[in-house]
Design a protein around this ligand. Structure first.
Ligand code: AMP
Ligand code: MN
Ligand code: MN
Ligand code: MN
Length: 286
């Protein structure tokens, strides 16, 4: 049965609520989904309730923003215990660092002459994680730029005039955080990491020692030859292959719920293998 293991809701930078995602998953004919909001599990309880109501299997997930040798790297966590107190504490700390950075970005934008405020940012991002995508949306909403891409190019991206770095979480620590919350850690969308395939392999092998269990192979922007190389890498090193669309609702038109391989269907063996890796106690959660 079709599935999607990489989805964002309004609890991070997606535009749909967990309830809306479940309804869309039903309409699309998906059987299993994972909610993987950036650095927050706040939407998990709600999506699980909605999933049960509409007969969709839901895996508790997360997408942690981390780094490896100064490369931004995203680590997905599956089957995590979203009620784990240590995970909650760790995420609270990450959120605090994010909020401090948001304050600085807004102050820089104000210094550049823009009439925007933190209160307006809170209106754009009412719950869960708040980050640069929300600031970009605020700049568009107020008519200061015509698109979120332009907001990143001119102000928020690394070369932008309001760019502010964020304290980054080393990838091995992100993996440990997920493992300590009884979850499985998977490297998200390797195509987005700007490194050679050889360096990618070296990184994966180092992270595997730290507890990395898989790689997100099926992803909308992964070219087939890259995917084949990743399939081989996973087979050679006993890593799980996973897949997801990185659905953000109406935000990114290139990503549609359930579509992770340019419209082709991906074998649901992936979901079975992933579930087989989860500790017994976590399997009943869906
Ligand atoms: P943050 O976590 O606050 O640093 O924001 C990072 C997020 O911003 C990424 O996950 C992307 O969704 C988004 N993003 C990064 N660069 C761009 C860009 N050039 N255009 C649009 N969105 C971007
Ligand atoms: Mn995002
Ligand atoms: Mn990501
Ligand atoms: Mn994502």
């Amino acid at each position: 049965m079709p599935f999607d293991l990489h989805i964002h809701s309004t609890y991070s930078d997606g535009t749909m609520t967990p309830a809306e995602i479940i309804l869309l998953a039903r309409k699309t004919g998906l059987q299993t989904i994972a909610l993987t909001d950036h650095d927050t599990t706040e939407g998990i309880a709600e999506i699980m309730v909605q999933g049960k109501k509409h007969n969709i299997d839901v895996l508790a997930g997360i997408e942690l923003s981390a780094s490896f040798d100064s490369h931004p790297v995203h680590i997905l966590g599956y089957g995590i215990d979203h009620t784990d107190p240590l995970l909650f504490e760790n995420l609270k700390e990450i959120q605090k660092a994010r909020n401090d950075r948001n304050d600085k970005i807004i102050a820089r934008l104000q210094a550049l002459g823009f009439d925007i405020s933190l209160a307006e940012l809170d209106m754009i991002s009412k719950s869960g994680q708040t980050g640069r995508p929300h600031i970009a949306r605020l700049l568009v909403k107020k008519g200061f730029v015509s698109s979120t891409e332009k907001a990143f190019d001119r102000y928020l991206g690394k070369k932008g005039s309001a760019y502010t770095p964020r304290k980054s979480l080393p990838a091995d620590q992100a993996i440990k955080m997920i493992n300590m919350a009884k979850g499985i850690a998977v490297l998200a969308h390797p195509v987005i990491i700007n490194m050679t395939f050889q360096s990618l392999v070296q990184m994966v092998l180092k992270l595997q020692i730290a507890g990395l269990a898989g790689i997100e192979i099926y992803y909308p922007s992964h070219p087939p030859p890259f995917r084949f190389k990743l399939v081989k890498l996973c087979a050679e090193h006993g890593l799980l292959a996973t897949g997801g669309s990185d659905f953000h609702g109406l935000l990114h038109p290139w990503s549609r719920l359930g579509c992770m391989d340019r419209g082709q269907s991906v074998s649901d063996e992936i979901v079975e293998k992933l579930k087989a890796h989860l500790p017994a106690a976590r399997k009943t959660e869906g």
